[in-house]
Design a protein around this ligand. Structure first.
Ligand code: GTP
Ligand code: MG
Length: 148
């Protein structure tokens, strides 16, 4: 089934939003396949955000991501890439709807709490980068209650 890479950024971890964020993905019906708390260095953060290297905010973005531990996760489910982005909300919290993670918990675009892969292809690359050891093979016993 489809998988996505979700990362709680350093502000999300510092602000004690880890449990709340995990809970939102769990309650939706998605399955957790990988989870770790990690501190990454600038070379790794630059690799993760390589597509944005020409942007004026790139250096600030890298400094932000390396400023503390992040929670790296792989979530699985039908349409999880797109629906995960919907749960997260618009990039700029000023535009994120209430009820989304950024809409409920963030104010500034440079402190927007959480990352989610933007396509199935990006998810594949990001999961390979963050979880080279692989993820956990399991199937939730709730599956028949979530999928017809
Ligand atoms: P991610 O899930 O983190 O990848 O966010 P996104 O896909 O919603 O947005 P995008 O990939 O375009 O940008 C990556 C991150 O860079 C954003 O989440 C912001 O933290 C930051 N960012 C994007 N645009 C701006 C900007 O105009 N100014 C600043 N300061 N940061 C920005
Ligand atoms: Mg992005």
């Amino acid at each position: 089934m489809e998988q996505t890479f979700i990362m709680i950024k350093p502000d999300g971890a510092q602000r004690c939003l880890v449990g709340e964020i995990i809970s939102r993905f769990e309650k939706k019906g998605f399955s957790l396949r990988g989870l770790k708390l990690v501190s990454v260095d600038s070379a790794f953060a630059e690799k993760h955000y390589a597509d944005l290297s020409a942007k004026p905010f790139f250096n600030g973005l890298v400094e932000y991501i390396i400023s503390g531990p992040v929670v790296a996760m792989v979530w699985e489910g039908k349409g999880v890439v797109k629906t995960g982005r919907t749960i997260i909300g618009a990039t700029n919290p000023a535009d994120s709807a209430p009820g989304t993670i950024r809409g409920d918990f963030a104010v500034d675009i440079g402190r927007n709490v959480i990352h989610g892969s933007d396509s199935v292809e990006s998810a594949r690359k990001e999961i390979a980068l963050w979880f080279p050891e692989g993820v956990v093979e399991w199937q939730s016993s709730l599956r028949p209650w979530i999928y017809e």
